[in-house]
Design a protein around this ligand. Structure first.
Ligand code: ADP
Ligand code: MG
Length: 422
């Protein structure tokens, strides 16, 4: 076992250039290498990708990595290729020749990681060739997409189990090991994922959701434009993200900031891909300080020194809020998370929910109500937020608006809670 550990550590250094595993990475990698089902719940930025990339490289055959977004797949494939690892993706953007190459490399065993979206996985001819390949294990990234109770439900994700069984059966490996990974899962979502994947037996690795360096504050949304400009000017030259509900608001706020001498650009799915990429690069390269964005911005973006994340409009769920605020202070230094909150915004979101299919409406309403109670309560924000993810703090954090500036309402609520606890 000692030699395996050494080799893993050596590989970590040689391939990725890191001298140490982070948190539970090594234990997770061991678990998957011994063929056990593994469930990883760690916050964004914790280093989940490595938990399947390294064992894939260390194993014989090809690991299948299921990922929901082409952009996410491409990022990882590019990065692995730059490290000299044969990783490729299979999706609708490939030419016939490229598809042939992917299949050939999978079948001759030189491909270490095959990235694929669940929609492509269900295609008959893809299934056929995977049945003939040697598959080491299956990784399911962003596994919360499996659960209807989560914030990013993708119906195709619920078909994964059947397909994995099918591939395993034909490739002679019944019970292919599965590693599922996500950054947000309430206890209810976690249960749902494990049940759907038929992996109630999995070893679960869940690290704390507490981001100690993040400061949480909610401001009433009155004169919010003035408040926003003032705040950003006080943090001049620092990197920040302003999340807005609509594309139009993102554009308007970026413009407003520009006329107020702040270097800002918009980012949303309505911009053409080239502009989107340019704006993202301008932010990463610090040609601009602020990106005003819809939730289309952020997944897979790894900028360590974002100093503030402002929700100009209220988010739809605490899952979204946690992920978006999580992009602040990834280097462990200052990270301010400010939300402008008004009941009008909630009414707007409720109206959107009415347009959703009936099946999604109740859940959307529930997610929103959790957000509303978070915004309204006067108690420690961090305790409330972490508690929602099943991560319980035993005392108030002392580092959120309610802890630092308790209002009379807060004091009253606090006393009631203390009374209930004793
Ligand atoms: P997640 O998927 O959990 O959000 P990523 O896998 O994208 O996180 O990793 C976030 C960052 O952490 C990446 O830049 C990655 O290279 C880095 N990282 C991962 N593992 C280590 C490690 N052991 N040492 C140093 N950096 C690491
Ligand atoms: Mg990830």
């Amino acid at each position: 076992d000692q030699t395996v550990q050494l080799t893993l550590k050596e590989r970590l250094k040689e391939i990725f250039g890191f001298s140490q595993f982070r948190g539970e990475q090594e234990a997770i990698i061991h678990n998957i290498l011994t063929g056990k089902n593994t469930f990883v719940i760690m916050p964004t930025g914790a280093g989940k990708s490595l938990c399947y990339q390294l064992p894939a490289i260390a194993s014989e055959g090809t690991a299948i990595v299921i990922s929901p977004l082409i952009a996410l797949m491409k990022n990882q494939v590019d990065q692995l290729n730059a490290f000299g690892i044969n990783a490729q993706f299979l999706n609708s953007t490939l030419s016939k020749a490229e598809i042939t190459k992917v299949k050939k490399d999978t079948l001759n065993g030189t491909l270490k990681l095959l990235y694929i979206a669940p929609e492509s996985l269900t295609k008959e001819d893809n299934l056929d060739f995977l049945k003939k390949a040697v598959i080491s294990f299956v990784a399911i990234d962003e596994a919360h997409c499996i659960s209807e109770w989560g914030h990013d439900f993708r119906p195709e994700y619920r078909k994964i189990r059947g397909i994995v069984d099918n591939i395993g059966h034909h490739s002679g490996r019944m019970g292919l090991p599965v590693i599922a990974l996500t950054a947000t899962a309430t206890p209810k979502v976690q249960q749902d994922i494990q049940k759907n994947l038929n992996m109630e037996d999995a070893d679960v690795y869940k690290t704390s959701f507490n981001r100690k360096n993040l400061y949480y504050e909610i401001k009433p949304k009155v004169d919010a434009k003035k408040g926003l400009i003032k705040y950003i000017k006080q943090h001049k030259g620092k990197s920040g993200i302003v999340y807005c509900l609509s594309r139009k608001t993102a554009e308007d706020i970026a413009e407003l900031l520009r006329v107020n001498d702040v270097k800002a650009l918009p980012y949303h799915a309505g911009l053409d891909p080239q502009t989107r990429m340019n704006n993202q690069d301008a932010f990463l390269n610090e040609d601009v300080d602020v990106v005003c964005a819809t939730i289309a911005f952020g997944m897979g973006i790894d900028k360590p020194d974002v100093r503030f994340v402002i929700h100009y409009d209220a988010p739809k769920s605490l899952e979204g809020y946690y992920q978006e605020t999580g992009r602040a202070g990834r280097d462990g230094l200052e990270g301010n998370c400010i939300m402008f909150y008004s009941y009008d915004d909630i009414l707007k979101l409720e109206k959107f929910n009415k347009d959703k299919p009936v099946t999604e409406r109740d859940n959307a309403k529930h997610l929103l109500s959790e957000m509303v109670s978070y915004a309204n309560l006067g108690v420690c924000r961090r305790r409330q937020l972490l508690g929602y993810f099943g991560d319980y703090l035993d005392k108030d954090c002392g580092f959120c608006d309610n802890c630092l500036k308790p209002t009379p309402k807060f004091k009253a609520q606090h006393e009631i809670i203390l009374a209930l606890q004793t």
